[in-house]
Design a binder for this molecule. Structure first.
Ligand SMILES: [Zn+2]
Length: 164
């Protein structure tokens, strides 16, 4: 699986384009639909997933879905396989997509490089702590792809969890 990240919108949201066998799965089409469509080129878009519904993660959703004729927050193929982990805290609809075979997670605004997401925009501190406990059980060598900023390694972030 190839992971292409493009930065979109005023809040510099990471929109991820996952590619496998010439098919593309989009995560968080935050803004700038044209930029996303150009980056996809002539590959086949098979789905679009959302980590949560803050405006900076869904800004181009409607345009992208109508352009590719796909449903929002939906994927039903068999090229990509992942688990959806409920990771509330930043918002109460926050999820993390875990691609076990590739050892990567797309965690939205749950965890950032050396930081975690705010909880004052529709989330809760207690949910955040619960989600950190939950994610602690996963392997240290998993790569995290956050909704903003650079990727990081779960093991590195775990060392900081006691600070939060
Ligand atoms: Zn957010």
């Amino acid at each position: 699986m190839k992971i292409n990240s493009i930065v979109v919108g005023d809040l510099q949201t990471n929109c991820y384009l996952l590619e496998k066998n010439n098919e593309v799965l989009i995560i968080d089409p935050g803004d700038e639909a044209k930029k996303i469509i150009t980056a996809i080129g002539d590959k086949k878009v098979v789905g679009c997933l959302l980590t949560h519904k803050h405006f900076d993660h869904i800004g181009a959703l409607t345009e992208i879905c109508s352009y590719y004729n796909i449903k929002p927050n939906d994927y039903k193929g068999n090229n990509f396989s992942y688990e959806v982990l409920e990771t509330k805290g930043h918002t109460n609809d926050s999820v993390t997509y875990y691609f076990k075979n590739e050892k990567v997670m797309f965690c939205g605004d749950f965890i950032f490089y050396h930081s975690i997401g705010r909880t004052d925009l529709g989330g809760s501190d207690s949910d955040m702590l619960e989600s950190l406990d939950k994610i602690s059980l996963y392997d240290d060598d998993i790569t995290l792809y956050p909704g903003h900023g650079p990727k990081t390694i779960l093991g590195e972030e775990k060392k900081r969890f006691s600070l939060y």
